[in-house]
Design a protein around this ligand. Sequence first.
Ligand code: HEC
Length: 132
Amino acid sequence: MKPLIPVIALAASVAGAVATADEFRDEDVARWQAQFDEVAAEGRSLWTSADLGTNGVVCAQCHPNAANTHPETYPKFQKQLGKVVHLWQMINWCITNPLEGQALAADSPEMTAIQAYVYKERTGVPLAPGKH
Ligand code: HEC
């Protein structure tokens, strides 16, 4: 039983550290929300931008207001890619196929913005990974 006490003490100190790290104020939340809203707004402008492709086609033509993007169902099997993929991989499929553009890096600011916009449009929809 002897080793149990240090283990409990360690667990308590880790929990304490996490609780401290999680402290934030209302103005922090407001600032983070404003930053998210700004990134989602960038995604909204990319949605109607022909710059993502080479043929003048834009996302909004087939997905007005992010319709039929179903971000809550990812990761899931997509037959266009033949495997279980993330949302960004399907976004790149649409960039390289209907828009005939260059795929974006998964961690590019543009890909983050597009995903922020798509998820924002689906706020409140329950997660359903894998669903068709
Ligand atoms: C010419 C029409 C067209 C355009 C333009 C288009 N898409 Fe798509 N998109 C599709 C089709 C077709 C699918 C496949 C539908 C399926 O199999 O679920 C799809 C699927 C998707 C999906 C996954 C939908 C799901 O239900 O899982 C996302 C996300 C997506 N598109 C994002 C985009 C983005 C971002 C752009 C702009 C860069 C874009 N699309 C432009 C036709 C289009």
